[in-house]
Design a protein around this ligand. Structure first.
Ligand code: GDP
Length: 442
């Protein structure tokens, strides 16, 4: 879970507010105090917190909010919107030159994850049809060149290096020439890192920049270092000028300060996030999705998108009717299950649902296997059996188990589950018969 501490504090505050039918200015003040504390504890830059709280407060105490029908929700909506804005409003993509090759320069301190991220980015963009070339420009540490070669080898991506050369500018220029004559359309330069920013490093980076005129200078910063990461970004931007930030190690125990402050402090957007040590663990950064994860609204957007891809609105209506009128059969059950499976691995989906935490997902993988068995069992039944499960006697159960590669116990359990589900629909439809219609579910 990203930013667990911050998330749970904000969610507690929000929970108190969610259902409130009446909200006073005093309530808003109290909420803002709690949010402020949570953000400061998460190591968000002090000035950023102050501006954020000011903006939210100003909007939240407006008449139209406090007097609306759902003031609690309105305030939460404002917090969400301002948080998205804080992180850059919309996704910032990397750009490509009109005349290939596109050159990216990766910069950052030692240990930030620069070399790993160079490989990850090449791997990601290759999937989008680019032919990348990696360039080893850290001439001070032979191990750094070797490391990039290892990463390139793992990904089967070419690495350009000039062993024994001590001139990063020459290497960078030669690499671009090499890319042009060998039809690489993307050159990603891994530059030297230091433990701290110093004049010499900045001069060297400036020289490489002047020599190859990169399309993008991407700064890699370690999110675990919180405000230090933000200060590093500020200095790199002032001295060298950067186009975007890649925030690494968001899979770790990071508090969130860097992610929430870096755009506001530097004016430069986060373009990607690193979410693990493996070379495919990089994702484009979406401010809106990050905000709703932090606020515990789940990644509702992604979930809705996935659901829209997988579900057919008309079918969902028919299904709902069947549930209400007790005509739901094992065939429908099977179809539903297949639709859910189309949406992707269950544990990923559940992670996007608001209010669920990672611990609750531990057993999900097993359930995925169970779904495969359930599909096999239903598929081994005859049409008649699926419509009318009461005819499935002992010998039929044995046949179905054999046909589906499962056991009679598993068949029994499925039939029992199905009966229980029908009973549940029955009681649900009785409950809603005289009231509102139940929500359409999947
Ligand atoms: P460099 O010195 O900046 O080139 O950093 P490296 O690429 O060598 O990375 C330093 C360490 O951080 C390595 O152990 C990487 O595996 C690790 N690392 C890089 N990115 C991530 C990430 O997104 N998540 C995690 N957990 N580890 C990362």
């Amino acid at each position: 879970m990203v930013f667990e501490g911050l998330s749970s504090k904000l969610q507690e505050t929000i929970k108190k507010f969610r259902g409130k039918g009446r909200v006073t200015e005093k309530d808003v003040k109290q909420m803002m105090r709690e949010i402020k504390l949570a953000l400061l504890e998460a190591d968000v830059n002090f000035k950023v917190v102050k501006d954020f709280i000011d903006k939210v407060s100003e909007r939240a105490v407006g008449q139209d909010v406090l007097e609306s029908l759902t003031p609690g929700q309105q305030v939460i909506k404002i917090v969400n919107e301002e948080m998205i804005d804080l992180m850059g409003s919309s996704q910032s993509k990397v750009t490509f030159s009109s005349k290939p090759p596109t050159v990216y320069m990766m910069v950052g301190l030692q240990g930030s994850g620069k070399t790993t991220t160079t490989g990850k980015l090449a791997n990601l963009l290759r999937k989008q049809g680019k032919k990348p070339l990696l360039v080893a420009c850290d001439v001070y540490r032979p191990a750094a060149i070797k490391q990039l070669q290892v990463v390139g080898g793992q990904l089967d991506i070419d690495v350009f290096a000039i062993e024994n050369s001590k001139k990063p500018v020459d290497i960078a220029k030669a690499a671009v020439e090499h890319a042009i004559s060998n039809q690489f359309d993307l050159v990603i330069i891994d530059t030297a890192g230091r433990l701290h920013i110093d004049e010499e490093l900045m001069n060297e980076l400036e020289n490489i920049k002047m020599a190859v005129m990169p399309q993008e200078i991407l700064l890699v910063v370690d999110s675990m270092t919180g405000q230090d990461a933000v200060n590093v970004a500020k200095t790199f931007n002032e001295k060298l000028g950067i186009d975007g930030i890649i925030l690494t190690k968001l899979d770790g125990d990071t508090r969130g300060g860097a992610a929430l402050s870096v755009k506001a402090v530097t004016g430069k957007p986060i373009k990607f996030i690193g979410t693990g040590e493996k070379l495919n663990e990089i994702e484009p950064f979406f401010p809106d999705r990050m905000a709703s994860r932090i606020l515990g609204m789940g990644d509702v957007l992604s979930l809705i998108e996935k659901a829209q891809e997988a579900f057919d609105e008309k079918k969902a209506m028919e299904l709902e009717k069947k549930m209400r009128t007790q005509q739901f059969t094992l065939d429908d059950f099977l179809e539903q299950m297949q639709q859910i499976r189309k949406m992707g691995p269950l544990n990923q989906l559940l992670g996007m649902i608001p209010g669920l935490n990672a611990n609750a997902l531990k057993n999900v993988e097993i359930d995925e296997k169970k779904m495969v068995h359930i599909e096999a069992i239903i598929q081994s039944m005859t049409k008649e059996e699926r419509l009318n499960p009461s005819i499935i006697n002992g010998s039929r159960r044995k046949r179905i188990a054999r046909g589906s590669g499962t056991t009679v116990q598993q068949v029994n359990r499925l039939l029992k589950d199905f009966e229980n589900m029908k009973k549940m629909f029955k009681s649900m439809s009785e409950m809603t018969k005289f009231g509102k219609r139940g929500k359409k579910g999947f």
